[in-house]
Design a protein around this ligand. Sequence first.
Ligand SMILES: [Zn+2]
Length: 373
Amino acid sequence: MSNVRTGLVWGEIFMWHDASPLASVLPSGHGLIEPDEPAENAATKRRLKNLLDVSGLTERLAPIKPRPATVDELALVHERAYIETIRAMNAKGGDAKLDAPIGETPFGPGGFDIAALAAGGVLAAVDAIIDGDVRNAYALVRPPGHHAEAAHGFGFCIFNHCALAARHAMRRGANRVAIVDWDVHHGNGAEHIFWRERDVLTISIHQDSAFPPGSGPIGANGEGAGEGYNLNIPMPPGSGVGAYLAAFERVVIPALQRFKPDFIVVPCGFDAGFYDPLARMMLHSDCFRTMARMVQEAAASLCGGRLFLCHEGGYHKTTVPFYGLAVIEQLSGERTAIDDPFLPIAAGFSHQAMQPHQDAVIRAAEELVRKIN
Ligand SMILES: [Zn+2]
């Protein structure tokens, strides 16, 4: 076991993924959007990396060098026809909507290469954890992944990094993998990919019906062998620290304790943060730090600390870096001298304590945990 506890996947090339067609005038039924910066862009991620550097934390992490995922590796969760279509678009960029019910995942020239390198970085991180080179790891990559489905890109995502991480961990010997998706939007990709499987527990805590619309209701629990092994916690808009931590204490952690995974994967979005433009929750950096600690402690007691986080959403460029710093400080056990200047603002909001209508959702989710064994 290395002395360095936490691995970091990073590459400037990931910041060159270009989702800008989303910000332009789009054809076919999307109406007219005045060209502007797309919501998913490099700023939040690059600023997080800059803060890691300036704080001195980067040098206390183990760099994990990304390598391109092969088509066979991407096919662990994606249909080959979809992979080949994206690859064919590589030189000129493209629009990967491919039968998506809504939305699309545009990318610029070289988009396949960048997305495959991000996926390969994720696989390298899983290898580093399983090989004992690091205890846990964080992949700060673009494009994000958790909305990507087996047969099409979706919601800024091309390849589903966390689903790939789960499959790869199983290929490397894990018998059971848990995915804890705390991005504020529903983790639809992993839910569908593992819908009929009981060896991968998929948990998503998200803003009720924020994105995809109507996706992620509490009653969607998997089917066949997978029945009971998909858990949605659809929190009402306006949920704050009290509701989220109660959901972790009463649902997420007990579900992990019952499931007993060999490996834990977290699609780590920061868009439940209080300034996020794409959601309406109220979390702050201490809450993200505590969520990371709770999952980390579960990993320590259940699976030798094997824990992988992959950066997903989070669209407010001045606050997201402080959330990411807090999480990576927690993972690594290293504390920097940086204080989050936004923490007192969000901590002082009224209604940060759990409200009765939020408690009702958590109570309903608690009932589902008992089906896991
Ligand atoms: Zn999101």
